[in-house]
Write a protein that binds this ligand. Structure first.
Ligand SMILES: [Zn+2]
Length: 468
């Protein structure tokens, strides 16, 4: 079966064929860095990281461009209320986003351009639009530059709306400066006390939509394969991006993929709710890899309604996978990931990135693996463990990979701890053998106090570190 995705613009599932054989160019709208991220922001990063890993697994060379919007009304307002420079707010929050992406195991983008580093590209794009009659400098001399939506017949095609049913863009100090209230700002004229950059039409700062068109085109070319982002960006942001780029003569994105939103109690995440869902708060409740499992397990286009219970259920599901791999390792030694993933798993991901059916294959392997362990079928255990590692690698969830603590340093340390715990457990067995249960219990309690949980199994005692 071929690879296919739901394309927002076509409003149907389309077969995916890249512009250039063997290569995929992917643009993802990144953060507007006015505040640190909550899990709703990072969900998009996780969804598209899985897409990128799957494309890479299929042999494509993927170029991922994920921008940073480092100048914006909200950033300026935060800076003003704190009495600091706008760039101080941007820098601080960009670091928080990078930390969150890294913590959740999202591979770094190929390039991560910032808006303020691309003003010449934006000026060039505006000049092309003005030349072609699709944009104009505001008649009031404010320095604003607007896109003329009436000049572009396809306006509304991405979000499936008719222009005469749209409301005004409400992005100008004086709407009378516009030819049509729906015209949107490409560039915002300088205001006192705000940062600005010079242009032929006056000093000012970029509009959000213009930034993405300019940066996508600079790094991925006038036409590229996939544009991604959250569903809340379809209108106006992506509608305006495609209008700007198509009107300027660029083919722009060939497929539009949008991830569903994360809600709480059925409502869109508000700032007050969002605070309890900042990444450092959540990774106190579950481990980062468990949070990644939680955010990635649902279909990327579905809504996730956050609850602590669902988060803990996801963590428990992940621990079942991990538990099998750890026990398998104890019986057959460390198994390398298989070169190929099971066909059923591949078919699920090929079908519009069906992570939920793909995870059903993963859990099926875990169940069979646990039976094989009980029955002592070592070859089958090793086989299943290798397939599981291959599948989990594609999802960015392999607990034995370097990414999740299986680094040489910690693996070495685990061997040392393992040897020490083994000595203690031998002493405990010896105490039991001579019916000195008080001594045996004392050893178990001392291990417990050190965070080591001992479980007695038919194959002898095994240990793991207590979580949480
Ligand atoms: Zn964007």
């Amino acid at each position: 079966m071929s690879l296919r995705f739901y394309d927002t613009r076509a409003r149907t599932v389309r077969e995916f064929t890249p512009l250039h054989e063997g290569r995929v160019s992917l643009y993802l709208c990144g953060a507007t860095v006015q505040a640190p991220p909550h899990i709703g922001h990072i969900r998009s990063g996780v969804n598209f990281d899985i897409l990128r890993r799957w494309l890479t697994h299929k042999g494509y060379r993927v170029t991922l461009c994920r921008n940073v919007t480092d100048i914006d009304d909200k950033i300026i307002n935060v800076a003003r209320s704190e009495g600091v420079a706008w760039w101080e707010v941007s820098e601080r929050n960009q670091r928080a986003f990078t930390w969150a992406y890294d913590t959740l195991g999202c591979l770094p983008p190929t390039v991560e351009p910032r808006a303020t580093g691309h003003v010449p590209e934006m000026v060039e794009l505006m000049a092309r639009l003005i030349d072609r009659g699709h944009a104009y400098a505001a008649a009031d001399g404010s320095g604003d530059v607007y896109f003329d939506v009436r000049s572009f017949p396809d306006y509304g095609a991405l979000s499936n709306q008719r222009v005469d049913q749209m409301r005004g863009a409400a992005d100008s100090a004086d709407e009378r400066a516009k030819r049509d209230p729906r015209d949107f700002a490409l560039w915002k004229g300088a205001r006192p006390g705000e940062p600005s950059w010079p242009t032929p039409w006056g000093a000012g700062r970029p509009g959000w939509h213009l930034e993405c068109s300019a940066m996508a085109t600079k790094y991925l070319g006038p036409a590229f394969d996939i544009h991604g982002g959250g569903l809340d960006l379809v209108f106006p942001h992506h509608e305006n991006e495609v209008a700007q780029s198509n009107a300027a003569g660029d083919g722009f994105a060939r497929y539009w993929l949008h991830n569903g939103l994360l809600t709480m109690g059925g409502e869109k995440m508000s700032k007050s709710l969002g605070n309890s869902l900042l990444i450092p708060e959540i990774v106190r409740k579950v481990r980062p890899v468990e949070l990644r499992y939680y955010l990635g397990q649902a279909h990327y286009r579905s809504v996730i309604d956050y609850s602590d219970e669902a988060l803990l259920e996801a963590a428990a599901a992940y621990q079942r996978i991990e538990g099998f791999l750890v026990r398998a390792g104890e019986v057959v030694g460390e198994v390398a990931p298989a070169a190929e993933v099971p066909a059923e798993f591949a078919a699920a991901l090929d079908d519009d990135l069906g992570v939920s059916p793909a995870l059903a294959v993963v859990h099926g392997h875990v169940r069979e693996g646990n039976s094989a362990l009980t029955e002592g079928r070592k070859e089958r255990v090793a086989d299943l463990a290798g397939q599981l590692r291959a599948m989990l690698g594609v999802l960015g969830l392999d607990p034995l990979s370097g990414q999740w603590g299986g680094t040489e340093d910690t693996a070495g340390l685990r061997d040392v701890v393992d040897a020490l715990v083994s000595v203690a457990l031998e002493q405990r067995q010896a105490a039991r053998a001579r019916k000195d249960y008080a001594a045996a219990d004392l050893i178990r309690d001392r291990l417990g106090a050190a965070g080591i949980v001992v479980e007695d199994t038919p194959h002898g005692p095994r240990w793991e570190l207590r979580r949480g």
